[in-house]
Design a protein around this ligand. Sequence first.
Ligand SMILES: C[S@@+](CC[C@H](N)C(=O)[O-])C[C@H]1O[C@@H](n2cnc3c(N)ncnc32)[C@H](O)[C@@H]1O
Length: 525
Amino acid sequence: MISEKTYSEKVPLTHRKKFAQFFTPEPIAQIMVNWLLGNDSVSTLLEPAFGVGVFSRLLLNSQKGVQITGFDVDPVIFEIAKENFNDFSNVNLLLEDYLFNDWDNKYDAVVCNPPYFKFHDYQNRRALEEIKKKLKINLSGFTNVYTLFLLKSIYQLNENGRAAYIVPSEFLNSNYGKYVKEYLLTSNTLRHIIIFDFKQNVFDDALTTSAIILLAKDKNDKQICFSIINNIRQLDEISTIINVYPDTIGKNIINKEVLNPNIKWRAYYQKQQSQEYKNLSPFKDMAKVVRGIATGANDYFTFNNKKAKKYSINEDFLLPCITKSKDVDKPFFTSETFERLKKENANTYLFDAGKKVTDENVLHYIDMGLQAGIHQKYLTSKRNPWYLLENRPPAPIWVGVFNRNGIKFVRNEAGISNLTAFHCIYPVNNLFNNIGIDLLFAYLLTDIAKQIFNDNRREYGDGLKKFEPNDLNNALMLDLSILDKQTKKSILNLYAQYRESIINNVENIEFIESINEVLKKVYKK
Ligand SMILES: C[S@@+](CC[C@H](N)C(=O)[O-])C[C@H]1O[C@@H](n2cnc3c(N)ncnc32)[C@H](O)[C@@H]1O
C-alpha cells in the first residue's frame, strides 16, 4: 500500500494544495473509525473525500467485509487509491465530485476529512444551492465547502448509522456556521465535538484549528459532549468517552435544548473570561467600531512620495493614511513615526481628488484611472464620482483586523486615516466627559481587555484570529466609569510612563501589568 507519507513525498505540494490534500494522522483516524464501529451492524461505509484511503485501511483491519464507497475528484490520487485497494472487491472507488453525486444512497457509516478551501468559487455556489434544495434548509452564501460535505453526509445516514468528520473549527464560531449548527441540532445526530487546541498543528503542511464531529442517527440525542484536547496523549480520554457511549462521561456535557445555533459555540467549550469579572458593560456603550476605508483599488489609490512626484500630485490631494498593518509596529502611532514612514517611501497617502476637480495633474491621474478601468471595479462603480473616497474621519484608536499574537490596539496620535487593515474605534460622545480616551486606551492595552474580547473573536481555518467590527461592538468590557478619581489618576500615571517607555524605544511592560493589577482589584469576582 502506498501511504499518505509516500504520496506526499512523490506529489508536489502545489498539486496537493490544489485539491486540499492534507491527510489525517493515523491515531486520529483510528479514533474516528472506532466511533463508527460502535454501531455493531456496519455493513456499508461511505468515504466522501477518499484521498489515499486512511479510514478504509483502518476499518478493513477489523471489519473485512464492509461494503465501501469512496469518492475523490483528483485523478492522480484516485489512481493510487485504486492500486491500494485493488485486492478488495468490496471497495468501490469513484472519480466523481461527492457533492453532486450519490444523493440516493444511505450508509451505516460515513467518515471524512473534507477539503477545506479558503475561497469560494462558482462550483461551491452550485453545490450550496443543491444542498439547500435537497435538505430544505437555509444556508449563508459564505458557507464553506467542508461543511457542505458534512451536511450531505448527515442526510445520507441510515438508521443507527454513525458519522465522524474532522473539520476546521471555524464554523463553530462564524456567522455562516449558524445554519450548519442548526442542522446538526434539528437532525438530532450531533453527539460529540472534540476541539483540538494543539500548540503544534494537527496536519503536517496546513495550519488548521481542527475539530472532530461525531454523529449518530440513534435515539440518544438529549446530550452533547464537548471536549478540548491540548496534546495527542489526551486522545486516550476521547477513546474512553467513545467506548462507553451511549453513557455520557465527558467533563463538559450540555443538554441539547440549551445549545443555541445563533451564538459562537466557543461559549460551550471554553471558559468565558468575562465571567471572571463584575461590573461589565457593552463595549458599544463606550465606543463604536467601524471598518477602515475601502478604496476598491489600493494600487491605484495609494501613494508614496515617489509616486506623488512622478504624477505631480500636490499634497492637497493626498490624504495621510496608514495602508498596511506592518507599517504600525508600536501601540502609539505618532507624527514622528508617520514622518519616518514617509521618508522610507512607504505608501502613506490616498489619492483624494475631491468632488470638483480643476487641478490638471489630478485630472490627468483620474484619466489614467479611467483608461485602466478602475472606475468599473466593484466598489468604485458604486461611488459617484468613482474616485471619491469614503468619508471617514481619522479614528483616535485603531484595532488590527487579523491577529496571530493577540488583538492589537494602536493609539493614533498622528490623527491620520486608515485602510481596512485596521478597524477604526471612535469613542461615543459622552466618553470624553465620562472616562476619557486615554483611560479607555490604557484599558485596551491590558490582558483583561484582550481576554474579554477573545470571548467574541472568530477563527479562520489557518489559525488566524479575526475580529469583525461587530464582534467588538458586541463584546463586553469593564465599566470604567465606576472607577474613583484616585484610581483613574493612578492608571493614567502608569499609562503615561508606559507611553514614555515606548516613545524612547525601551518598552517597559511592567506599567501595563500594574494597570492590570489595579483593575483586577476592583473588578475581579
Ligand atoms: C483533506 S483530503 C483527505 C484525504 C483522506 N481522506 C485523509 O483523511 O487523509 C481531501 C480529499 O478530498 C478530495 N476532494 C476534493 N474535492 C472533492 C470533491 N468535491 N469530491 C470528492 N473528493 C474531493 C481531495 O482530492 C483529497 O484527496
